[in-house]
Design a protein around this ligand. Structure first.
Ligand code: PAF
Length: 283
């Protein structure tokens, strides 16, 4: 496995790879890698001749400086994990390398960029599109791998690919969970033991909500999930949106769409740490 910090050096290497007719998979990450990332890398390694993993903590997608400062930075451990997974190249550029000048591009694909995370984290998806589009131009992958944990992000990236007219496949990979149901996330390492103990209640409330929804209205289900989570000392729901899985627009009844998902953001603990999750109600 080779580590690149320079765009030009990575591109020279990939030029040779492509000359040999090899396919390239890209797994974009911000580091602090865990089994969720490993599952994306494993899939890319299985489906492509060569796998590039980017490790870049992208400042333009953070609208909260504290969140960026707290984000774990673990490049050595990340490289060890990637080596084990069989990744070929790690691309870990500096901020100056990725953004030699300020990125003034503005990406907006309403409604997918403006609802839920888009509404609660202004500028977040613009930053995601800035960095992901740059990574796509630099690596020119045949396939790029994203976890369903960031469910809305996948819809945004697909809209970006359509807009840019890029020939590449976005591969959606299942959310990987801890044994107690908590979705794996780099932010989980920031939870204090008492916070880690209550965090799984988010997914248990979503699962209970799915069962409840089979015999109750959408609004009753929505309110129960929110009430169950808010009843836990230390958890507070920021939003819970039940949406059409394609348009990401809120729906009012279970009959409004064939594909319905619930997306939730919860503040956990004193800091607090912001955790997101989702569940499919109908598919
Ligand atoms: O999902 C993430 O970790 C990030 O949003 C991504 C796609 C690597 C862009 O920085």
């Amino acid at each position: 496995m080779k580590l690149f910090r320079s765009i030009v050096e990575l591109q020279n290497e990939l030029f040779e790879v492509r000359k040999e007719g090899k396919s390239v998979g890209l797994v974009p990450t911000m580091g602090a890698l865990h089994e969720g990332h490993a599952s994306l890398v494993n899939r890319s390694v299985a489906e492509n001749d060569v796998t590039v993993v980017s490790v870049f903590l992208n400042p333009t997608q953070f609208n909260d400086q504290g969140d960026l400062d707290r984000y774990p930075r673990t490049l050595d451990a990340d490289c060890a994990l990637l080596e084990q997974c069989g990744a070929d190249y790690v691309f870990a550029p500096s901020v100056e390398e990725m953004y030699p000048t300020k990125d003034n591009r503005h990406f907006e694909f309403p409604p997918v960029t403006t609802v839920m995370e888009g509404a609660h984290r202004p500028g977040h998806f613009n930053g995601v599109c800035q960095v992901v589009s740059r990574l796509f131009y630099i690596v020119r992958p045949d396939r790029a791998y994203f976890g369903e944990k960031d469910w809305q992000q996948i819809a945004v990236v697909k809209a970006l690919v359509r807009y840019l007219g890029l020939k590449l496949q976005i591969v959606e990979c299942d959310t990987i969970r801890e044994a107690d149901g908590l979705a794996k996330s780099s932010r989980n390492t920031l939870l204090a033991p008492d916070e880690r103990a209550i965090a799984p209640k988010i997914y248990s409330a979503l699962k209970a909500g799915k069962e409840y929804g089979a015999t109750h209205t959408l609004k009753e289900t929505h309110d129960k999930v929110v009430a169950d989570i808010n009843a836990v000392d230390g958890l507070e729901v920021e939003y819970f949106s039940i949406v059409d899985g394609n348009t990401l627009q809120e729906v009012e009844s279970w009959d409004d769409s064939q594909y319905i998902a619930g997306c939730i953001t919860v503040y956990c603990g004193k800091t607090p740490i912001r955790l997101i999750d989702h569940i499919t109600f109908k598919e």
